[in-house]
Design a protein around this ligand. Sequence first.
Ligand code: FE2
Length: 375
Amino acid sequence: MTAAVSATETSAPAARLLGWDCVELWVGNARSTAGFLMSTFGFACSAYAGPETGVRDRASYVLEQGDIRLVVTGALGADSPIAEHVRVHGDGVHDLAWLVDDAAAAHGAAVARGACSVRKPWKESDEDGELVLAQIAAYGETVHTFVERSGYRGNRLEPGYGTEHLPPTPVGPDVGLFSIDHVVGNVEMGRLEDWVRFYAETMGFSPMRHFSEDQISTEYSALASTVVWDGKQIVMLINEPAPGRKRSQIQEYLDAYDGPGVQHIALGTDDIVRTVDALRARGLRFMRVPDTYYDEARERMAGVELPWRDLERLNVLVDRDEDGHLLQIFTETLTDRPALFFEIIERRGARGFGEGNFKALFEAIERDQERRGNL
Ligand code: FE2
């Protein structure tokens, strides 16, 4: 189990987070990645920034569905830090941004508690008011931006964004995703504890659960994982590879992404059968699970009424804990490098993360790893 982590003695109280603001991806071609996320996941584009709106160095598309906001950004020149990020990592998540009531105070508290500042508090303003932002470093080259919106009217992401001539929403069945359930990052072997301590000390997060490598391993590949959260809605998992008979899937990620970073983003739905039916109809591809999975799952879920035929047809996984059960499915990696993927999750009381599915999932991932010659 997770050892208790004590917060650093500091007079600054940890930042109070109001929720996710957005997750920003830095990619090689924002126009096509945004188009892909719109057509397959059913996101709608609500704003755009680029040369047409007076922004010269990047193109950004804001994509929304329910309470989920993704920003997809690409560089417009070779000397952009976005282009460098893409050169090193390929497409990936750059920013896990949180809404706060005071960005300067959140930044000051995190830095006083040991976080590295990426950018001191700064302001962006236009006719709609003023936005205050500040950034700290997370694992790898990932950052957390604190976003203070109280002085900014309207619902645009920030100054520089326009809402005209947006890409039209592609036709397709309604998907029904409504929230970011959790975000998972991969860090190097031996660094898991450091990063759990980082979130405890700098942000006041508490460890929620820990999965040891004995719990999460297959014959070939192993990892350890700890869940930390702010006690309300920001839930972050951190994985590290553990020695196995062959290369851990977490190590494959670290090699492919060239360092730590976000492995998957879990999006919540309240009707996973409808959601996955829609996503499959829109052409999204998912990881496959072995056929034998459902024999084992039926035993594990004894006494729970479930639409087994739909779950098998759609390849949806099931798990239970002391609070209830959950349904989940993982997409194939969205990036050319085997790095970022999404999870779709429906919680029916359960507060876990599908621990009972880890082995089935890893076996599925390993089959793909083997196809790439990386096992
Ligand atoms: Fe997950």
